[in-house]
Design a protein around this ligand. Structure first.
Ligand SMILES: C=CC1=C(C)c2cc3[nH]c(cc4nc(cc5[nH]c(cc1n2)c(C)c5CCC(=O)O)C(CCC(=O)O)=C4C)c(C)c3C=C
Ligand SMILES: [Fe+2]
Ligand SMILES: [Fe+2]
Length: 369
């Protein structure tokens, strides 16, 4: 095997660090050819569909891509913005805001870029660019709080595959999950409280996570467990009892059984049972995307209202909310520990400021409402 030619080595160049925020990816345009390219790459990943390759090749190319591409394109068209796909727009903004916030906290020689697992900018493209710029430390931050073999592990595969062809490999750190980290839970809590402050409270809060095949749970994937832990911590932080919230799984794909309870039938049952108002949020998605803006905020909403529900609210994803940028800072700083991105003086000053903010937060949480 031939290894890639390295950029010219220069003595004395100071090492620099990059954080790569990696999201799933999204089509380049809301039309059938773009969807075919995107879905073709996504659904060919053996982490995503675990069916023998030869059999799957015929199903994918003979049935799924010809039929699903145009249907999915229509759905994407309904959420497309002037700036492009919402998932892309939010991911770009998150990376820019995280970089700016880290710089404001005194980190230097540290850049934040984004990459997509499927589509562009591709991980190999972005990792190559970082090498050209002389980056010798890379922290990979998947956009998924809950670990799943179908998503997180697929990003790790792509990173490892890329570096198999590289002679001079940078120092690498991979964030596996952050489903129970305070920065993430507090950002979710804030998003719910912000919504409730303007709109009042629902009869039930539905936390809808992206589903995965049930078989992955039986084979030892921790995703299901991590979704429930996120939900429990969030409910606790909001002071909700077991009657006031529920966990569901959405976006089932294919004929096999996926994690249950499924979002759509659960919400319909709530409507039929006379539950007046539900608020649905999607804590497993850090950016709004097709699955939240179309499937939840349009389709599931209609299903609830048709089943007799009176009021439906979708609570937007974390996107680039200040609480989530602060949460990401907290998460990445734990993983940057030991890397020289901050002077000792700046680190001490930041620690003192953070301690003061934590004390304020604890006081606010403890105060009677
Ligand atoms: C949040 C985590 C996600 C998991 C886990 C996940 C698993 C998973 N997804 C599919 C199939 C599809 N997913 C699609 C869209 C999509 N999925 C996620 C996230 C997770 N997927 C996001 C953020 C998005 C939206 C992307 C966007 O551009 O907005 C799609 C494409 C849309 C469609 O045609 O319906 C498919 C297909 C499988 C099979 C799977 C686990 C096995
Ligand atoms: Fe998905
Ligand atoms: Fe969907």
């Amino acid at each position: 095997m031939a290894f890639r030619t390295e950029p010219k080595h220069t003595h004395g160049s100071s090492a620099s660090t990059a954080i790569v925020l990696v999201n799933l990816g999204t089509p380049d345009a809301p039309n059938a050819p773009a969807l075919r390219r995107y879905l073709g790459q996504f659904l060919s990943d053996p982490r995503v569909v675990e069916i023998p390759r030869a059999v799957w090749w015929f199903i994918l190319n003979g049935v799924i891509l010809p039929f699903r591409s145009s249907k999915s394109a229509e759905k994407y068209a309904s959420i497309w913005t002037e700036q492009g796909s919402p998932l892309r727009v939010h991911t770009e903004r998150q990376a820019a805001a995280l970089g700016a916030q880290l710089a404001a906290r005194g980190h230097h020689q540290l850049q934040v870029v984004h990459a997509m697992r499927y589509g562009s900018p591709s991980l190999p493209q972005v990792l190559d660019q970082l090498k050209q710029q002389g980056c010798t430390r890379i922290l990979v931050l998947p956009a998924y709080p809950q670990y799943s073999g179908t998503t997180t592990a697929s990003i790790f595969d792509a990173v490892f595959d890329h570096y198999r062809k590289v002679r001079n490999i940078p120092e690498l750190r991979l964030i596996r999950n952050y489903h129970d980290q305070d920065g993430y839970i507090q950002a979710l809590r804030q998003s719910v409280l912000d919504h409730w402050e303007v709109n009042g409270r629902p009869d039930k809060l539905v936390m809808s996570f992206h589903g995965v095949p049930k078989r992955t749970l039986e084979l030892g994937d921790p995703y299901h467990c991590e979704c429930y832990k996120t939900a429990r911590l969030l409910a606790q932080s909001l002071g909700l009892n077991d009657e006031q919230y529920l966990v569901t799984f959405q976006s089932r794909f294919g004929k096999a059984e996926w994690l249950q309870p499924y979002t759509a039938p659960t919400v319909q049952a709530l409507g039929r049972q006379g539950v007046r108002r539900i608020d649905v949020m999607c804590p497993g998605f850090t950016s709004d995307c097709l699955e939240t803006l179309e499937e939840i905020a349009m389709e599931v909403k209609d299903e609830f209202l048709h089943a007799g529900g009176k009021e439906f609210h979708f609570i937007p994803c974390l996107n680039e909310s200040p609480a989530w940028i602060a949460g990401m800072v907290e998460i990445v700083e734990q993983h940057l520990a030991g890397w020289p991105t901050m002077s000792n003086a700046a680190a001490r000053e930041q620690m003192a400021q953070d301690a003061a903010i934590s004390a304020e937060r604890a006081k606010a949480l403890g105060a009677p409402q």
